[in-house]
Design a protein around this ligand. Structure first.
Ligand code: N2P
Length: 345
């Protein structure tokens, strides 16, 4: 073989290897598994434009459904969006990858009170996405009697006019609160205590929907219910007749996070996405579309005074809010009880 041929072959092999590397880069793909009505398409498209990484976006409407799907699809998702109690659970089970903080310089935009959460000290496995509350929304043109708490909502006179989150842990926590029981004290004895109340309440509900209760409230299909604050905030933005109330018996606060599941195929893409959504101007787009409580201090500076004054997005600091914790096996007890009650509805 002549030297010329050897050089030619070596050049071809090297260029093929290079080709392969660049096609690998093209094949990069972020598998994002997130709450429905939470990540604006504009943000996803902006990320792809910025990085060249296409995004597969799948949605869920409860932490428990996310967990089931995650467990049945190992090494598939790159990024998930669990609430604080689910982060706690996933960490305990070793189901999350540690996040490389040096790849996410924009965490410095987060407000200090979000940077060292109790459920994940030091944000080793999670970065806050949005926070919020679960509360009562009502149409004040239609509902004239005072609405202060769950007991005011779940009254027989409102039968067939109520919408509620389709989320067992949530619903059970409302009944626990109404009975003065700690929402994290989910024991068989406490579930027995709330069972009759839950049976009464469930009969009154017309629609269970965790995805998006807004259309049914707008159309007057239902007049009140228990929803996520971001949906209530959007309703209030569009029509002041909608009111949001944090239940007097006890209100629940959540912090949803971005996390990388164990064995994620593209950890780098996941970290790039987390860093991207923490840019103030990107985080503002999220607040514009889904007005939850934005933990990003730099983004909050870009919001209008009206956005910051929306009582559903930014409740008064003085209100005492409760946070869910991982309740382990008691989750299965909740789901058994709720299946029984819903079947008997
Ligand atoms: C967004 C759902 C909010 C997440 N549609 C509640 N943890």
């Amino acid at each position: 073989m002549k030297l010329f041929h050897i050089v030619l072959i070596v050049t071809m092999v090297l260029s093929l290897a290079g080709c392969n590397r660049s096609s690998q880069k093209q094949q990069q793909r972020l598998h994002l598994f997130a709450w429905s009505e939470y990540v604006p398409q504009e943000v996803i498209d902006g990320f792809t434009k910025q990085t060249g990484i296409p995004v597969d976006y799948e949605v869920y409407d409860s932490n428990e459904k996310m967990l089931t799907k995650l467990l049945s699809s190992p090494a598939h998702y790159d990024l998930i969006q669990p609430s604080e109690y689910m982060v706690e659970h996933l960490i305990k089970r070793g189901l999350l990858e540690p996040i490389d903080q040096s790849a996410i310089p924009n965490v410095s935009n987060l407000l200090p009170e979000y940077r060292n959460p109790e459920y994940d000290p030091g944000m080793k496995y999670s970065v806050p996405y949005m926070a919020g509350t679960v509360g009562i929304v009502f149409n004040s043109d239609k509902i004239k009697d005072p609405i202060r708490g769950y007991q005011d909502v779940f009254q027989p006179k409102y039968a067939g006019r109520i919408i509620a989150l389709d989320d067992n842990r949530e619903i059970v926590s409302w009944a626990l609160d109404a009975k003065g029981i700690d929402i994290n004290d989910v024991t068989p004895a406490n579930l027995t205590k709330v069972k009759p109340l839950l049976a009464d309440w469930l009969k009154l509900v017309k629609i269970f929907n965790s995805d998006d209760p807004k259309p049914q409230l707008f159309s007057g299909d239902v007049d009140l219910g228990v929803v996520y604050c971001g949906d209530a905030a959007k309703l209030i933005e569009q029509d002041k007749k909608f009111k949001y109330v944090l239940p007097a018996e006890g209100a629940h606060r959540f912090i949803d996070n971005l996390c990388i599941p164990k064995d994620a195929p593209d950890k780098q893409a996941a970290e790039a996405f987390i860093n991207y959504i923490l840019r103030p101007e990107v985080s503002k787009i999220i607040s514009d579309k889904f007005p939850y409580t934005n933990p990003n201090g730099a983004a909050r500076k870009l919001l209008t005074p009206q956005q910051l004054a929306n009582p559903a997005s930014y409740p008064p600091e003085s209100v005492h809010l409760e946070i869910f914790h991982d309740i382990g096996k008691a989750n299965a007890d909740i789901s058994q009880l709720m299946t029984e009650l819903r079947n008997g509805r």
